[in-house]
Design a protein around this ligand. Sequence first.
Ligand code: OVM
Length: 417
Amino acid sequence: MGVVSAPADGFALADRVCSAASRNAQPALDIDPFSIEYFEDPYPAQELVRESGSAVWLPRYSVWAVGRYEHVHTILNDWQTFCSSRGVGLSDFAQEKPWRPPSLVLETDPPEHDRARAVLARVLSPVVMKSLRTQFASAAERLVERLLDLRGFDAIADLAQAFPLSVFPDAVGMRADGREHLLPYASVVFNAFGPDNELRRQAIARSAPHVAWVAEQCRKENLAPVGLGAQIHAAADAGEISRPEAETLVRSLLSAGLDTTVNGIGAALYCLARFPRAWELLRANPMLARAAFEEAIRFESPVQTFFRTTTRVVTIGDIEIGEGQKVLMFLGAANRDPRRWPNPHVYDITRVTSGHVGFGSGVHMCVGQLLARLEAEVLLAALAQRIKSISIIGMPKRAFNNTLRGLDALPVMIDPA
Ligand code: OVM
């Protein structure tokens, strides 16, 4: 890995030398942000991306990489220039058939995007969150009591996965059987944004049963008459969207609503177990639960990257980018950009985290963020109230995914307060 000098296009060698010597030199990096080596320690490569230029060419994938906060934020807030309708993974939908029918929110641009987004925004609104809060808080308290009996457990399987699994599918209104497909399905979805590597190939090769089960669960007749799924179908009953559109929007909930919160909560637990001062602050004031979660999202950035595709020639900082180019946004690098964040590599739950791009920004900014925050808040508050300490008692095991950052296992021991 290192800074290499290579241009983005087919200029003759003499032109490359000139170009490299000019103010508009195109920096290039031979990093692979979708490799196991990178996942194990992404921070040196993220620093290279940030420090090499406002945009840097990745010859391995023929894409532009952006890691500075300012530019990631600019791209996220300019959907006209940096579109989502050609896919937000490496694959360009203008050139390749998507592995599944595109999402009506994630993989569209305004105005089509806005119609679908309005339905999801209503289904995931503050009023709906209020109606879910009591049941979510009770479920969190019950789970924490059970874990206190165990004392030692896996903070990923038994907590970060167990809690969302105990509240989210019920909130959607899903049937009880088959839910074991949900996490494997999401894992395919998030691996599929990456390049055609082993992770993506294997995930898609094994996806058929998960895809078939999820498609079936999106149908109105397979969703409870009350719940988030039913609310989406009510928009079809009212003629606001078509029935197939309602099913695809339920698919968005099932794609983006579980593995993300699992990794967000997992990030918070991993942070609180590693930073005892933060844990003590949270214990002294459980009202900091929401802040502790938000800072964990900034610090770990469970959704690490998304692509956009340029709709015109555009300049990012001092780098000119052609039309139809894939631009890889490093949300994790932006969330640790020292130009934007003091002591970016410190988990500090008293920090002002507003403006972090862990949930994105602009028209596509996470439509489920209130649900994610609700889940995390009630869970972290329950932990803070009932537990004195969390200690890591075994090797954390990293999960490898082309988009999601998180752990597969985190052996911990807890002591009651
Ligand atoms: C969707 C979808 C899938 C994955 C992620 C996401 C982070 C959305 O199907 O709409 O947003």
